[in-house]
Write a new protein. Structure first.
Length: 195
């Protein structure tokens, strides 16, 4: 985590030179189980479909590519599925902080790539979060569609996929040795403005 924060500080002082844009948006994020096991019957724990808020600041490089920082905040419920029944066991917030790069793909579309950290913040430290939430490395990519709304203002519709490996101190203590691969997808609608 310290190395990642140091990289963000370095990124913030690089002489990027070109135009800077800020983006604010909202959408939804959904994902696969972050804990899955089979004990007589299948058991799974995941975050429900979660309303998401995004904010990003990007600087344009000489090549037309952009580089910057993005924050994604999603708050849903922690869901336990057991014996075919799903129970909500409290709210669960995820906060992603990433280095974001994008570039022209085709027409109004741009590709996006993200590398960052995802922090899990449960409402209550119980169950798999009994000894706190993890902050795994996050890898992501996606496409965004841009449309000019006014001078220096664009509408941006984005689709994002990301991946991380999940485990917690409690799972490791209970000899749940492996990491669970978590795949997430999200859609957002945002406004982007040049500074």
């Amino acid at each position: 985590m310290k190395r990642f924060l140091a990289a963000l500080v370095i990124l913030g002082v690089l002489p990027l030179g070109g135009q800077t844009v800020v983006r604010l948006g909202a959408g939804m994020t959904g994902g696969t189980d972050f804990v899955k096991d089979f004990i007589a019957e299948e058991i799974g724990v995941r975050q429900s479909l979660a309303p998401t808020i995004t904010a990003a600041a990007l600087a344009t490089l000489g090549s037309g590519h952009r580089l910057g920082i993005e924050v994604r905040y999603a708050r849903g419920n922690q869901e336990l599925t057991e014996g075919g029944e799903t129970t909500e066991i409290g709210s669960l917030t995820t906060i992603g902080i990433s280095i974001l790069a994008d570039g022209r793909f085709r027409g109004a579309f741009r590709w996006e790539a993200a590398l960052g950290m995802l922090a899990y913040r449960p409402e209550r430290e119980t169950g798999v979060f009994a000894q706190g939430g993890p902050s795994p490395l996050l890898l992501g990519g996606g496409l965004s569609w841009h449309r000019e709304m006014a001078t220096n203002l664009q509408l941006v519709i984005g689709a994002r996929y990301d991946f991380h490996a999940f485990t917690t101190t409690r799972l490791l203590r209970d000899s749940y040795g492996g990491h669970q691969a978590v795949h997430r997808g999200g859609v957002t609608i945002a406004l982007e403005r040049g500074l």
